[in-house]
Design a protein around this ligand. Structure first.
Ligand code: PT1
Length: 274
């Protein structure tokens, strides 16, 4: 069971989280920017395609991405939260900033997706007094530099233990486990070998007792394996989503909602879990 703001999910099948970017377009050479209006339209399209949750982000966290000020981030995401408030799906805010979390919760966000796992001062407290779900993600380093030299003794054990510690911190701050989700953070301070090891061993995160979310959609690890440019990675992303679900993932964060949904319908028919 997952308590997610206005929604409660039984998790009898995996949920699809559709990505709604309000950031410079990572698919172009930097000139294009997704406006709030375009983001709202994209969100409504993803709902039509079958998204259960929309993940709204105003700060890119892909490797090498630039930092965004609090003011700029709020100006990007708040109109999108408001514009999608009646879309009929749960709304997640993808942010690392305590101030943005607070403003988004006040605007009705059902979930906070924090790639920094509520480690910023005040973030745990900001979530304590709400019904919102929280995604706690593992990363090594920060997006600006995290791919320079990812280093682990045992990546699976280190990610597991970090997430266990963040679950404990969240619970100590008064966030009940029914509101928590964990994420190994594919591509966040991890080389190809680390990412593959995490996907191979994804099921070890299940003993932490909270649902596992994965974000693999169109990521460079897929491009490296299959030699694909970013716009060519849809099919590889579907394969990765299917593998993740077979290894226990309960929320799949994707760009391509319809394709993922269709693939998981087949998994469900055969394996009865999707
Ligand atoms: C993710 C995630 C996220 N990913 C959660 N939130 C991004 N919970 C943003 C690449 O290697 O996995 N989980 N929010 C996007 N970040 C990346 C990282 C995008 C790496 C691309 C890459 O290509």
């Amino acid at each position: 069971m997952l308590i997610c703001g206005r929604f409660t999910f039984d998790l009898s099948r995996p949920l699809i989280m559709g990505i709604v970017n309000v950031t410079p377009d990572s698919f172009s050479d930097g000139g294009h920017f997704y406006s709030p209006q375009q983001a709202i339209e994209q969100g409504l399209r993803l709902v039509e395609e079958g998204a259960d949750i929309l993940d709204i982000g105003g700060e890119s966290t892909r490797p090498g991405a630039a930092l965004v000020s609090e003011q700029a981030e709020l100006k990007r995401v708040l109109p999108v939260l408001q514009g999608l408030a009646n879309a009929g799906v749960a709304l997640s805010i993808d942010t690392q900033k305590t101030s943005v979390m607070r403003a988004a919760l006040a605007a009705g966000a059902d979930m906070v997706n924090d790639v920094n796992a509520l480690q910023q001062p005040g973030a745990l407290a900001a979530l304590a007094g709400s019904k919102a779900a929280v995604c706690l993600m593992h990363k090594q380093g920060d997006p600006q530099t995290m791919q320079q030299l990812p280093l682990y003794h045992d990546v699976v054990a280190e990610v597991h233990d970090f997430l266990q510690a963040r679950i404990a911190a969240a619970q100590a701050a008064g966030i009940v486990p029914e509101r928590l989700v964990i994420d190994p953070g594919f591509g966040f301070g991890k080389n190809l070998e680390h990412n593959v090891a995490l996907l191979q061993n994804l099921q070890v995160l299940q003993d932490l007792g909270v649902p596992v979310l994965v974000g693999l959609s169109r990521k460079s690890m897929l491009g490296k394996i299959a030699n694909l440019e970013v716009h060519e990675r849809v099919h590889a992303s579907i394969a990765a989503a299917v593998l993740a679900v077979l290894k226990g993932a309960k929320i799949i964060r994707v760009h391509d909602v319809k394709a993922t949904r269709d693939a998981l319908a087949i998994v469900n028919a055969v394996e009865g879990m999707a």
